[in-house]
Design a protein around this ligand. Structure first.
Ligand code: NAP
Length: 506
């Protein structure tokens, strides 16, 4: 049962925000700090936290250091590790929501079913499982990691044992003594595989692509050091700035000189050879693309877990799931069935086809998903979309980063939203709709910049690219450029309409 009281929805608000992960919550906090109370936040779950609430699998942690992976305006001096685990991050999000006073604005157990732009009234009609209301401005903070993906493998529904996805971990299921299969070797999987290996009688890891894995430079932050951050704010700020600068420097390799990545590849291969002695397993685990092309993973215990005697790494293609096991086909076409009791899917999320886009209807009555289905995910500044007036889609197309904190990007977009809202107030505007030619030019520029990056040229198939091979997820250059670009709202980039009650020329 939700610990939060159920409140009636208002009939109209200035701003409706969807989601209480970092971006939705950050918006709520910023709105409240600006003195407005005319907003609601819809949350389908019964707690704040978004992906950090849902992903509670054993070993779940962030691979961006916590002193950077946190709100700039709500510093936490008490992080206990350099790379915090999910429980500590979730506790930080809950505490921040409580202390900033935004909880009364959040409607828990309230799911957005459809938001449709009403051309006549110039506002969004927002339909939820708990009723309907209207909003002048709609902010989507649903994030790209909210809808788990299951692979399209024949027979998957017929499996008679236990199955779950990393984002919906079944904590009541012990795995002890079982034959367990893990499908997928991404950022989530490599964190829970060591845990599964310790419990299961036998573990088979089904690997489609060998990822690059670098050492995880994690360390506990001792009490004395935390006391320094508490009493000397400058020390904490300097640490954050240092982490930011170091992470930003990786972009030289990612975006300008992918050859530099050879140095990191040497380091990764060195670790692989030290931790895995068996040459056959080493070969299976050696990536065949340039480091950085897919998200770089960090772990000290993944390879050692795979080297244990109760683990097999299966690289043959999965062709079928039967009621009792997983069938693979070798290069010669030979089928092998491996009987298993439990299958854990570490198969990721709908990153390039956000399901929530199917619930947002713009000016011409088409959904954002239909619109993006034709032209690919795209937006102006990764946040507003032509034909979808007064919509702010946070952490939208081409705002992802492979190297640094996504919260930094989300905060830049929230500031952009705030400056859009004050522009609307100042000029008496009721509608802001990006000019299509401005949005197109912005995206042409982005795609040109992405052409030479390691994400596009590194020789891998990744979810950074959509089904047409277009990189619709990542920001192509330094993140401070993104923040600078969004630091002022340029109303000339938008088609505007004035509120009917405004007569003076603003
Ligand atoms: P992911 O990176 O998308 O990895 C999915 C894995 O499933 C890949 O290894 C993929 O193989 C495999 N896969 C997908 N469909 C398959 C199929 N039909 N057959 C076999 N294998 C299949 O998902 P994730 O690990 O959940 O991570 C998603 C994102 O969440 C990360 O990139 C990151 O942004 C975030 N995350 C961050 C952290 C952190 O901060 N430490 C932790 C977890 C997640 P291919 O490689 O061949 O496609």
């Amino acid at each position: 049962m939700s610990p939060h009281p159920v409140r009636p929805l208002p009939s109209h608000v200035r701003v409706a925000v969807v989601g209480t992960g970092f971006s939705g919550l950050g918006t709520a906090i910023r709105l409240r700090r600006s003195g407005t109370s005319d907003f609601v936040v819809l949350e389908r779950g019964d707690d704040v936290g978004g992906t950090w609430r849902d992903n509670s699998y054993p070993g779940c942690a962030c691979d961006v250091p916590s002193h950077l992976y946190s709100f700039s305006f709500a510093p936490n001096t008490d992080w206990t590790r350099s790379f915090s685990g999910q429980p500590e991050i979730q506790a930080y999000i809950q505490r921040t929501a409580r202390e900033t006073g935004v909880l009364p604005h959040i409607h828990f157990g309230t799911e957005l079913l459809e938001a449709a732009w009403n051309e006549q009234d110039r506002r969004w009609t927002v339909r939820t499982n708990r009723g309907e209301f209207t909003a002048e401005v709609l902010v989507i903070g649903a994030g790209p990691l909210s809808e788990p993906t299951l692979p399209d493998i024949p027979g998957i529904a017929e499996f008679a044992g236990t199955t779950f996805h990393s984002a919906t971990w079944d904590h009541d299921h012990s795995l002890a003594g079982e034959r367990v299969a893990v499908i997928g070797t991404g950022a989530s999987s490599i964190q829970f595989v060591p845990h599964v290996q310790r419990r299961a009688a036998h573990l088979t890891v089904f690997q489609r692509t060998a990822p690059w894995v670098l050492p995880r430079r994690d360390r506990p932050i001792p009490a004395w050091e935390r006391a320094v951050y508490r009493h000397v704010p400058g020390a904490r700020r300097a640490l954050r700035a240092g982490i930011y600068a170091l992470r930003e420097s990786w972009l030289v390799g990612f975006t300008m000189r992918p050859q530099i990545m050879e140095l990191a590849e040497k380091q990764a291969l060195g670790m692989l050879r030290r931790q895995v002695r068996d040459p056959e397993l080493q070969a299976k685990l050696t990536p065949n693309f340039r480091l950085g092309c897919k998200r770089v993973l960090i772990s000290n215990d993944y390879y050692p877990a795979l080297a244990q005697s109760n683990v097999d790494v299966e690289t043959d293609r999965i062709v079928e799931i039967t009621p009792t096991g997983i069938v693979t086909a070798g290069a010669d076409g030979d089928r092998t069935e491996r009987p298993v009791d439990t299958i854990i899917f570490g198969t990721g999320f709908h990153v390039t086809d956000h399901p929530i886009a199917g619930r947002i209807r713009g000016r011409d009555g088409r959904t954002l998903a239909e619109h993006w289905g034709e032209i690919g995910m795209s937006a102006l500044h990764g946040v507003t979309v032509s034909g979808f007036p007064n919509l702010f889609y946070l952490v939208g197309p081409n705002t992802g980063t492979g190297n640094t904190s996504i919260i930094y990007m989300a905060e830049a977009q929230v500031e952009y939203l705030m400056s859009a809202l004050s522009t609307m107030d100042r000029r008496g505007l009721s509608v802001l709709d990006p000019r299509p030619e401005v949005q197109d030019a912005y995206n042409v520029r982005l795609q040109e910049q992405l052409e030479t990056t390691v994400w596009n040229t590194g020789g891998c198939a990744s979810w950074y690219l959509d089904d047409k091979g277009r990189n619709t997820t990542l920001w192509p250059t330094f993140t401070f450029r993104f923040r600078r670009e969004l630091s002022a709202f340029d109303v000339a980039e938008y088609k505007t309409e004035r509120r009917a009650d405004v007569t003076v020329d603003a």
